[in-house]
Design a protein around this ligand. Structure first.
Ligand SMILES: Nc1nc2c(ncn2[C@@H]2O[C@H](COP(=O)(O)OP(=O)(O)OP(=O)(O)O)[C@@H](O)[C@H]2O)c(=O)[nH]1
Ligand SMILES: [Mg+2]
Length: 252
């Protein structure tokens, strides 16, 4: 690999595997993004497929920090603005259309919703309420926001947070608040662009560059993004594989 380059999202196209590479451009200050062929990590992709093809079920809903389930195993949470596609992403990962409840209108998920995977994996996914939902009653917004920030800061079993950003809109101020909270917590986090099916390749390139540049101010974040679409399934094999890698790292 060339020095100074960071591998980004990987995409399988037929039997070809491509990776976005993000690196300093010799001509501009902006990071430059381009495609490079890469070797697929076939073993992790297959393990990820198996883990998420297993039996996933709803186990718990918490409207408050006092009602969380007892800590067990590893948890991965999905955070993001209201309507960004958190619940849809959980459905796409698990290949189930209705495991997590989704809706066209923002404010669908109002509690921390826990899903558990195949028993021996000891692994849970947490669907979170959205933040930044301007039309909801102020008291509700305040209580969801408090719940989100408290959970992100103080949950020992939380191993990774995926912060979802709508590929059509990029990072907003409310997202930066959450990144700041995550910088203070011990949890590793990564940005996932959602709804990539809704933007043209050129716009996607711009939003990837802008988001990558914004992340440079958050050294606790993974420097590379994952680009996904729950509608087309793009990025799902890589996201599943990333979680398998996380589980393996924590078990060592
Ligand atoms: N085109 C497209 N639409 C998507 C995608 N993911 C989600 N959506 C749509 O976006 C809307 C919101 O999706 P949800 O999964 O409910 O979003 P959420 O982040 O869970 O929302 P809250 O629970 O309200 O915070 C729904 O109408 C989804 O069908 C995607 O990858 N592509
Ligand atoms: Mg939701």
């Amino acid at each position: 690999m060339m020095p100074g380059l960071v591998p980004g999202i990987s995409v399988l196209e037929g039997d070809k595997h491509w990776t976005w590479m993000v690196g300093p451009s010799p001509r501009h200050d902006e990071p430059e993004i381009f495609w490079m062929a890469a070797e697929p990590d076939a073993k992790l992709i297959e393990q990820g497929r198996k883990l998420f093809a297993g039996d996933w079920r709803f186990i718990w809903a918490s409207p408050s920090i006092e009602t969380l389930p007892p800590m067990a195993g590893l948890e991965v949470a999905f955070a993001g603005r209201s309507n960004v596609g958190k619940s849809s992403l959980i459905n796409a990962l698990t290949g189930r259309s209705n495991l997590a409840r989704t809706s066209h209108t923002p404010g669908r998920t109002q509690e921390l919703i826990f899903f558990e995977g195949p028993e021996k994996a000891g692994f849970r996914l947490v669907d979170m309420p959205g933040y930044g939902y301007a039309s909801a009653p102020k008291t509700k917004v305040a209580s969801w926001t408090e719940l989100i920030h408290k959970f992100l800061l103080g949950r020992a079993t939380l191993a990774r947070v995926y912060v979802l950003i709508d590929a059509r809109h990029g990072i907003k101020d409310v997202d930066l608040d959450v990144l700041k909270t995550l910088d203070k917590s011990a949890v590793s986090y990564q940005v996932v662009l959602t709804k990539a099916d809704q933007v043209k390749a050129g716009e996607l390139k711009t939003v990837i560059a802008d988001t990558t540049a914004a992340l440079a101010k958050h050294p606790a974040a993974f420097p590379e993004l994952l680009v996904t679409s729950s509608r087309t399934g793009d990025g799902m094999p890589e996201l599943r594989a990333a979680m398998v890698r996380l589980i393996e790292e924590r078990r060592r």
